[in-house]
Design a protein around this ligand. Sequence first.
Ligand SMILES: *Cc1c(COP(=O)(O)O)cnc(C)c1O
Length: 378
Amino acid sequence: MNKKMIMTPGPTSIHEDVRLAMAKPITNPDLDPEFYEFYKNTAEKIGKLMNTDNEVLILSGEGILGLEAACASLIEPGDKVLCIENGIFGRGFGDFIKMYGGECTFFSGDPRRSIDIHKLEDFLSENNDFKLATMVHCETPSGMLNSIKEISLLLKKYNILTVVDAVSSIGGEDVKVDDWKIDIVLGGSQKCLSASPGLTFLSVSEDAWYSIRNRKQPIIGYYCNLNIWQDWYKKKWFPYTQPISDIYGLEVAVDRLLKDDKKFKRHERIANAVRYALTESGIELYPKDGWSNTVTSFKTPGGIKEEEVRNYLVNNYGIMIAGAFSDLAGKVMRIGHMGENCREEKVFMTLKCLDKALRSFGIKLKKEIHKEFINCLD
Ligand SMILES: *Cc1c(COP(=O)(O)O)cnc(C)c1O
């Protein structure tokens, strides 16, 4: 039995009720009318979580599938696409834009700060001939949150379609799809929702559907093609057999969040205390502003190898935290305090063990991390 405490920014630990839901007997999802109702209901609940009346689809594959499906379905060869980025996932959108023939223009921000809305405003006043723009709500590797509300409303003034990766924010940070007029927002099961990895979901606006329906060239591929989902409910037809057990789990995970009216407060309070505790102990947070309430990314303290610290935590305490990848590899360490991980006792335990681990590697801390955490929560 794997009894590790996974305090990573996804996958996150799963509540027992979610696990049990995944163990329920299954039906044939293609042939059972009840399953069509169940799928639709679950999609609508996700819509509620994202504050949208737009259609929501649940796709069989994790977050990257949602991201690729949005690009594949909206982008035609030669389309001008703006890639707004200040981190690894934001920049990564560019690869998908190019893969589907888009002409990609990057608007690059400071990797340690949220996207500067005034700079973007200046940029757009001279360059606004884009069909769509991509962006990331929470840049998970750097622990940074972008103001997708301001960015999306600004882009809408220029009639630019918006695609937002909110994989590591939905459920932990408020996402108001309709008020903020975002055309496609995509999330994943394994982050703040605390369901098992394997599902992505996305909301698709009327404008996005219009654009998808009125393409000059057909969408390349099948699995990433959102157009094949048109009228699935009316036709009682799915493009492929649905991962029924995963969706059973997802529904319970979403229910848990919908009835938890303190979820955003809880994320804010715990994230704030984590940042306070690390900073007071002399550890530098990676972002200089725009700190996310779902994940904290901090610079690896002086001269040590973050991988060794992480191994120490797993081997001695069974606690997993994360490093990062790409240009942040080795430079930062990350604690995921999202979804089911966003509980005082789990975060306290993690910080207490991190404190011990860092000291064992000879790092001089100014304070005891876990004690500062508690002090801040009081
Ligand atoms: C986790 C995550 C994804 C999904 O990517 P995987 O690493 O394959 O799970 C996409 N976007 C963001 C911002 C994420 O945090």
